[in-house]
Design a protein around this ligand. Structure first.
Ligand SMILES: Cc1ncc(COP(=O)(O)O)c(C=O)c1O
Length: 480
């Protein structure tokens, strides 16, 4: 894709980029200069952010789309006669053709060669659910999950439980990285016919990039691997010619913002037949009979795509991938990495006048093997923790989009706040109200965190605005 020139806009924006703070930043992170094309792109495609003085720092929640992405897809829709697939009429055939091309585009993007099948789903959660409900768990099998997992992966344990399959969590250390020695012991010791190990390539809370060599470690001991790549793929390279987990789950809006409602499950071809779909639906069978009481499932991706796929939006995945490829995933990675390391070091430096830190960032304290997601809490000069709702509310008042809570990843939150296992267990037998705030009250202990996440369209000013927001809490007593 050819990149147009935005020099006049860049010139307009120059003043901001010549502050002493920015110059200092560039001295520390000179490689940031190689990502200048993103400043041009921001002016062209994301002007709404600066026009509305909106500081968007929730990229792990969702990537933002560029207006040219919308335009290109809407132009396509305006000119195409697309019909429901699964027929040979021209509109249906056209839709089928775009779906086929898009599957190939996705597989090419991840360098999957001819080794994978791309199943379109509604999102990463739906992709993970296919594995949960179709993996052939029995009482002789095993499921291992890392404590750092999104609830959409945690939920698989209930499929395992319902089949009396043993499941166990592999612990994380206080730095929020996997305890690899313990994990490898479990992978070595646990016996079973079908063994599934599920972990995220990148934590959606701490930003930790888990070691992808765990994939081959597990496979060499007879395990199938489900890699949750939802938080990793937006700003890193998942090269399936190097790492070949059996299953990979993704959400496309996290990579390029538009459209929502589409994800994928990539399944290694030689594992496809291992997934036993428990039912069928329209579009998933070659034949079914009511009187004959039988059915045959489709032999490829369609087997797991219940009903009508999102055929109007699937072609937008092609333009979305073109969009990020035109920027360059290495450029994205560099941008996110420089801003993350800068933010991390600045947060560590903010101290109340009594010397106490304002912010505690959980997990890795350096930029090594981490992505652009930072989970933290704020503390007043006496060391009392602010509740995250106060922080989110204040951020809202300044038009800063951040996210708070436990981010559908209770394992990380329970680790950060060293929550007591027995007490947590007793909550589920004793309490009736059954929600997050009720649990907090029951525990009598604060939990949760504030999450800031950086994307390719984030710039230095966004980070500075967040830092100046943080500084407003300096030397102030927190009143409940
Ligand atoms: C690591 C990870 N896995 C899974 C999901 C679920 O994605 P979705 O809500 O798009 O299904 C998320 C969403 O934030 C995530 O960050």
């Amino acid at each position: 894709m050819k990149r147009p020139s935005f020099l006049p806009f860049l010139f307009r924006n120059r003043q901001v980029d010549q502050t002493p703070e920015f110059e200092n930043f560039i001295r520390q992170y000179p490689e940031y200069e190689t990502t200048k094309s993103l400043d041009e792109l921001r002016i062209k495609d994301f002007a709404r952010l600066d026009e509305q003085r909106h500081t968007y720092l929730d990229f792990t929640g969702g990537q933002l789309y560029g207006v040219s992405q919308l335009k290109s897809h809407h132009d396509f829709l305006a000119n195409a006669v697309l019909g429901n697939p699964h027929s040979i009429n021209p509109s249906s055939a056209l839709a089928e053709n775009h779906i086929k091309e898009t599957r190939k585009r996705v597989l090419d993007y991840f360098n999957a060669g001819d080794n994978y099948i791309c199943i379109f789903t509604a999102n990463a959660s739906a992709a993970i659910k296919i594995v949960g409900e179709s993996y052939p768990f029995t009482e002789k099998d095993q499921l291992v999950l890392t404590v750092d997992n999104h609830n959409s992966v945690n939920g698989i344990r209930e499929y395992a439980r319902s089949k009396n399959c043993n499941f166990q969590y592999s612990p994380i250390l206080s730095n929020l990285r996997v305890d690899e020695a313990q994990l490898i012991d479990s992978l070595r010791e646990l016996k079973g016919e079908n063994k599934l190990f599920a972990f995220p390539a990148q934590s959606n809370v701490s930003g930790v990039k888990h070691d992808l060599s765990l994939i081959t470690e597990a496979q060499s001991r007879g395990w199938d691997v489900l890699l949750d790549a939802a938080a990793f793929a937006p700003s890193d390279i998942l090269d399936l010619s190097i790492h070949q987990p059996e299953f990979i789950a993704l959400s496309f809006y996290k990579i390029f913002g538009y459209p929502t409602g589409l994800g994928a499950l990539l399944v290694k071809k030689d594992t496809f037949s291992k997934l036993k779909k428990p039912s069928f639906a329209g579009g998933t069978i070659t034949i079914v009979s009511i009187k004959g009481d039988g059915y045959h499932l489709e032999q490829d991706a369609a087997r797991f795509e219940d009903g009508t796929v999102n055929y109007l939006d699937i072609p937008a995945i092609k333009s979305g991938l073109d969009y990020v490829e035109a920027i360059g995933i290495q450029t994205i990675k560099t941008r996110v990495d420089c801003l993350t390391r800068y933010l991390l070091s600045k947060l560590q430096d903010i101290k109340h006048s009594n010397g106490r830190s304002l912010v505690e960032v959980y997990g890795p304290q350096t930029g090594l093997n981490r992505g652009g997601t930072l989970a933290m809490n704020f503390f007043d000069p006496s060391g009392k923790m602010y509740d995250f709702i106060t922080i989110e509310q204040k951020a809202y008042e300044e038009n800063i989009s951040i996210r708070t809570g436990c981010f559908c990843n209770p394992g990380i939150d329970e680790t950060n706040h060293t929550l007591n296992k027995e007490r947590l267990k007793s909550y589920f037998t004793k309490r009736g109200k059954k929600d997050y705030f009720d649990l907090i009250e029951f525990l009598g202990q604060k939990r949760g965190a504030v999450r800031v996440s950086i994307g390719y369209i984030t710039n230095f000013q966004d980070i500075e605005r967040f830092l100046s927001f943080c500084n407003k809490f300096l030397n102030k007593k927190f009143e409940e």
